[in-house]
Write a protein that binds this ligand. Structure first.
Ligand code: SF4
Length: 905
């Protein structure tokens, strides 16, 4: 049912005009121009030159958005207990379930778990329903996993959750310090802006990261800090700056409190202890200090490497301390800068989508509760904070929460202790999941499954990392019976008998949201978009991207006379006495340390071309070329010690769970540390959910999990055989289940499969290829190649090697699927090598499909710069996301940054 494509109904009347909208992936928030195809199944996508966040640029993910719009795997109809239902019946089940649970067990027995992928208008009504009408605060969001520590840090230092600066500061800075962020892969368009500025004005870049990454390649100084030691480093820097010429006595004296206590704490660790804690030499520390002290225009960019920690909030404040002590905040080219991972994490923070926020940057204080209750005419206002994500799923697990609605997110993959989350949902009496797909690990556990609209169909607003609110506009009609999230939530509210949810459009919701932001504000709160409280529908439709605040009276005091650019230029903060607070942040080691049984530290993160749990990016062949399977980076010395070889499969274990991953032996990983991406789900791999490994340790204030420091063990998987295959049809699940490992990725004409088994290889071969094997070849040493054809065209091919990874040009074979093969070419196929000149090697440039061999050949022919490689091959000439990898190849780093385990070249 879910696979059906009622195209004429779904896209009847699809409007093929160009629509200005916003990318749905990362927190950069790039403007996109989308022109749908006549059938509405794809779109031409370009960067919006007029959008001030990206000025026309897109990264590889954004550029491939048009390939994610087909209806494969779309959820088109509601289901109750696995059976198609009408919206009326499905929502009756939800309303009845919520109402009866609340009646029997109280309002804290239900929860909403929402997402940084939904729009601000969706978020607003969900928060209003939970906190004003159900009367609890159990609404939390996957943004908790992304940036909750920054929220705490901002509030402690500034009195409010304010990002002071803007992207332009990255171009005006003389020094950019990037902490815990693989910026080049996670925020590629911003990295392109940084690199352009570096070229134009010689901006210095310091990258603080335990790993070598595409970002460290562009750094003037890479500080390979020990995991979790950021507070020790920034406390030391803070103390040194306080004694240097960079100390801004007048700013500190006029606009801050708490310096003495913070300095006492910061100076309590000796410099030699700082060296030991951080793993940095005295010389590296000195270089870092000198760079920061010398450059007034310093921006410190930080991201998940800072936030996702049991001391994440303290890390944020340790960074902010260095800016307060130098007065480097609120002015062009300087300031602490939290960059969010998700497209609308900031919008969620604005409406109060975290369980410990109320609404519109108000908290659970008596005055705020009273104010919001009056504004909403709320009959049952919440009184206290709710359960943060980890606590929320613990409460589901132990039965305190008995009904949960999960919206546009996949906690069975993305939450720490992911197996425990799955267990919790398996036993929860009512699990409502609204999403675009019914195939996610979480959707498969739903009692009620609701089809939601996705990018291209949704309409509303999002806020990016620089406080810029942009319109996400629809250009496709919802397929099947998909509905907007705000419509579904309002439907539930009305069915539960609540007034105040009769919204007809997102514009109406936005007006109420804007009005609440201004309600009894008078500059007591930073978030104020009161100028839009009366915006009409046409103006909402035409809204240009803008940075908040946007108060009705833009000239009022407290905004430094610049109502739309930077905060705190006037030294006025949002604490009770308007002074910023230094925070004494003692260094605390990660809560769970390595042991003999779990000796390695696992760091998790993202890859360049995938996003979250791959619901969208997993649909596009070209985004699956860069990394086609889950992997584990490990230092060569650790691999030697464990007798593990590059490209073999390994089992990774922690006290919480396990994963089976491809081993990439590389000195990008530091000794004693391993890295794995967090994207793979049960949809695409047998055991690739790395968040099953991550434990319950979290920051006590922000509730954010420790994703960068999980003690693990790594052992050889030791299958009897390895396989690699390409198939026009997706291999059946019942065959995959017989394998000890599999990982699927889309390629242009079908699927590519990495697999391994402990049973009979020939049984797996028969299962995967069926009985119609047209050509087959057994080679000495347990190697076997076989293929089937549809007429002349390659229908499927499988290579199996006994006891060792298959050596074959995977990119070539994937590209050969569906292509015609004459008898001679079939022999080439069995040899597993491309004909001369056809092998390109693993793909580096996703936009143009340029492989590593092609780039290396261009370098060998004399291309001596990234630009010259681009001119010779086109690589890097579209979105530019691959430029760091091309630079790496130019620098002689032939270790592939792609997961082609063994490329026969
Ligand atoms: Fe989208 Fe890439 Fe821009 Fe992020 S940097 S918003 S993923 S196009």
């Amino acid at each position: 049912m879910r696979e059906s494509r009622e195209l004429s109904m779904a896209f009847e009347g699809a409007d093929t005009k160009e629509t200005a909208t916003t990318c749905p992936y990362c927190g950069v928030g790039c403007g996109v121009l989308a022109t749908p195809s006549a059938d509405g199944l794809s779109a031409k996508v370009e960067g919006d030159p007029s959008h001030p966040s990206n000025f026309g640029k897109l990264c590889s993910k954004g550029a491939a958005l048009g390939e994610t719009l087909d209806l494969s795997e779309r959820l088109l109809y509601p289901e109750v207990d696995g059976v198609r239902a009408s919206w009326g019946d499905a929502m009756s089940s939800v309303a009845r379930g919520f109402a009866e649970t609340i009646k029997a067990h109280g309002p804290d027995s239900v929860a909403l778990y929402v997402s940084g992928q939904i729009l601000t208008e969706d978020y607003y009504v969900a928060n209003k329903l939970m906190k004003g009408f159900i009367g609890a605060s159990n609404i939390d969001t996957n943004s908790r996993l992304c940036m909750a520590s920054s929220v705490v840090g901002h509030k402690r230092a500034f009195g409010t959750d304010t990002v002071p600066g803007c992207y332009e500061d990255l171009e005006l800075a003389d020094l950019i310090v990037m902490v815990g962020s693989n910026f080049a892969w996670c925020h590629p368009v911003l990295q392109q802006r940084v690199l352009a500025a570096k070229q134009a004005r010689h901006t210095k870049i310091v990258v603080i990261d335990p790993r070598q990454t595409a970002t460290t390649q562009a750094a003037d100084l890479h500080l390979a800090i020990k995991p979790g030691a950021d507070v020790a480093l920034f406390n030391w820097l803070f103390w040194k700056l306080a004694q240097s010429k960079a100390f801004d006595a007048s700013f500190v004296g006029e606009h801050t409190d708490g310096l003495s206590d913070a300095l006492v704490t910061a100076s309590s660790v000796s410099e030699s202890d700082v060296e030991a804690l951080t793993g940095l030499s005295a010389s590296e520390l000195d270089q870092f200090f000198r760079l920061v002290a010398a450059h007034e225009r310093t921006v410190t960019v930080y991201s998940q490497g800072v936030n996702q920690s049991s001391s994440g909030s303290d890390k944020v404040n340790a960074i902010i301390n260095t800016h307060l002590v130098t007065g480097r905040i609120g002015k062009p080219g300087m300031g602490p800068f939290s960059i969010t991972g998700q497209p609308n994490a900031m919008g969620g923070r604005e409406v109060g989508g975290l369980a410990n926020q109320l609404a519109a940057h108000m908290d659970h204080k008596p005055d705020d509760l009273d104010r919001v209750a009056r504004f909403w005419h709320a009959p049952r206002m919440t009184t206290g904070v709710g359960l943060k994500a980890i606590d929320m799923f613990d409460a589901v697990h132990d039965g305190r929460i008995k009904a949960i609605w999960i919206m546009a997110t996949n906690p069975v993959v993305s939450m720490p202790q992911a197996d425990k989350v799955r267990e919790a949902l398996e036993t929860c009496p009512l699990v409502v999941v609204s999403d675009v797909t019914g195939q996610s690990d979480t959707a498969k556990l739903a009692t009620v499954l609701l089809p939601a609209t996705g990018w291209g169909e949704k309409s509303g607003t999002v806020t990016n990392s620089e406080r810029r609110i942009s319109r996400q506009r629809s250009f496709l009609k919802p397929p099947g019976e998909a509905r907007h999230d705000w419509q579904a939530i309002c439907d539930l509210a009305r069915r539960m008998g609540y007034s105040g949810f009769d919204f007809e459009s997102p514009a109406e919701i936005y007006r109420e949201h804007a009005a609440l932001s201004a309600f009894e504000n008078d500059d007591s709160r930073d978030f104020d978009i009161g100028a839009d409280a009366d915006i009409d529908d046409d103006a909402y439709d035409a809204m240009a991207p803008f940075q908040w605040p946007k108060p009705a009276d833009r000239a009022r005091p407290g905004l430094g006379g610049r109502a739309d650019h930077r905060f705190f230029a006037d030294g006025q903060f949002y604490t009770p006495n308007r002074r910023a607070q230094f925070l004494a942040a003692p260094f605390k080691p990660a809560k769970v340390q390595p042991t003999e049984a779990f000796p390695l530290i696992l760091n998790t993160g993202r890859v360049r071309d995938h996003w979250h749990t791959m619901t969208r990016t997993g649909k596009t062949p070209r985004l699956s070329l860069h990394f086609a399977e889950p992997f584990l980076e490990m230092h060569p010395a650790d691999a030697d010690h464990l007798a593990l070889a590059h490209a073999e499969l390994v089992d990774v274990a922690s006290p919480q769970g396990s994963a089976t991953l491809r081993l990439l032996v590389t000195d990008r990983a530091a000794r004693g540390q391993v890295f794995a991406p967090m994207h793979w789900t049960a949809r695409f791999s047998s055991n690739g959910r790395v968040d099953a490994l991550v434990g319950s340790a979290h920051d006590p204030l922000s509730g954010q999990q420790e994703s960068k420091f999980t003690p693990v063990s790594v052992t050889a998987h030791k299958p009897a055989w390895y396989g690699f295959g390409v198939f026009q049809n997706e291999p059946p699940a019942e065959i995959l289940e017989t394998l000890s490992y599999w990982s699927l990725a889309r390629c242009a004409a079908g699927w590519r499969l990495e697999c391994a088994g402990r049973g009979s290889a020939s049984a797996a071969e028969r299962g995967l290829l069926g009985r119609d094997i047209d050509v087959s070849l057994s080679l000495p040493g347990g190697h076997c190649r076989s293929a089937s054809f549809d007429g002349q065209n390659l229908h499927a091919a499988l290579a199996i090697s006994a006891g060792q990874p298959v050596e074959i040009d995977r990119a070539w074979l994937s590209g050969a699927l569906g292509a015609p093969f004459d008898d001679a070419a079939r022999l080439t196929l069995l040899a597993g090598r491309a004909a001369e000149g056809m092998a390109t090697g693993p793909v580096i440039c996703s936009c143009h499909g340029i492989g590593r061999r092609v780039i290396i050949a261009a370098i060998a022919d004399g291309a001596g710069s990234v630009e010259a490689v681009g001119a010779a091959t086109c690589a890097g000439t579209n979105c530019g996301s691959c430029k760091p990898e091309i630079a790496g190849l130019l620098a002689g780093e032939m270790d592939p940054a792609v997961a082609e385990p063994i490329a026969a070249e």
